[in-house]
Design a binder for this molecule. Sequence first.
Ligand code: AMP
Length: 425
Amino acid sequence: MASDEFLPIKGMSDIISPEVSLWQLVESRAREVFHAYGLTEIRTPILEREELFIHSLGNTTDVVQKEMFTLDYQGKMRLTLRPEGTAGVIRSLAGAGPDGRQARVYYLGPMFRAERPQAGRRRQFHQIGAELTGEANPLADAECLAMQAHLLKAWGLSQCRIKINTRGLPEDRAVVADGLRTVLKPHLDGLCEDCRRRYEQNVLRVLDCKNPACGKIVEGLPSMTSFMSEASRSYFEEVQYALRLLNLEGEVTPRLVRGLDYYAHTVWEISHPGLGAQDALSGGGRYQIMMNGKPVDGVGFALGMERVLAALNAEGVHAEDLVLRPKAWLVSLGEAALKENLLLAMTLRRLGVACGMDLTARSMKAQMRAAGKSGAAYVLIRGDAEMEKGVFQVKDMVASKQEEQALPEIMSLLLPDITPPPAGG
Ligand code: AMP
């Protein structure tokens, strides 16, 4: 790389037009849907103490063990670029006292994971997420999943697949882990190296290992729910009942466990067939996180925005079609017209009409080329002769027609909501 050439770090990128139009659409629709469900936005810092993530996500999770960007700050603190949103949100809500333990919030923004970049896996990616905190209640789990399904529909995604499962009550964690270890023990030699480590540290993750040999062993095991208490099982049945009530189809998938330790009860994953190998669009579920000595219960989800965009592309929605075009483009033939046009452009913009122009009186051909490239609906051309008569040559770029018009007519063209006063009135 030449010394004066700077590129973003691999797995991170600039988001520019036209692509940014799709981001804006996805974000604004998400805000509308969240508003309908009574959620407010929360913005937490991007940098947090490493300890927050170790504590919330769990010491043995892949994210904490392998994927965090952590920096040592002057030997005083270890700071981590947030790898996910829930830990920071719960830190903030718990700090707000009892109100925070009963809250409905959403967030959007960048997350960072030190992974090897590949298709669908980035080091900086973006998530849209929601958290509903409050006592564990099957209806809240169903409402949260229904909100997410609503969001996917509002974006125009129709091919998503929802898989659900349960990890049971937080109190069942140890019993379930012990039960799984017992039934896995005779198969230890057949497991992959990662799973032999997981067997000791995070045995649930053996269930969703992608290695075919592990998958085969897991297929023959009793399901996780068989180790759970009656309370855990009936909670999950109530969630499924509520989902049916809300007309939502979640495919029960006994191997689904999700990667982070804080999950309890319902977990889900949403995939999209247009995404290729990394087909997870989103993960979610109920969790319990200890914060300031007390548990915070909640249910939430996080959607990967890059993958939402890729799924939209796969379903035929493209950024190029969404770019906002100026309504007018001013073409100036000569210095006098250039100055007058600059003043007119400012006036139009204050009235809410998006317009553009060249800031030099270049050749007519060059200015018309710029006008075409901008995608403006109308081009207003004037030179000395038009200035003298107080008119413009107005070109309708869609109809490809040009005619001479005075300013009042042009204003009603550009501001159709403003009706000019009747002549002579
Ligand atoms: P997770 O917190 O790992 O369940 O991630 C939730 C969602 O974020 C996933 O379903 C993906 O859509 C997205 N996601 C997670 N990690 C990455 C990554 N490295 N690059 C792009 N998207 C990601």
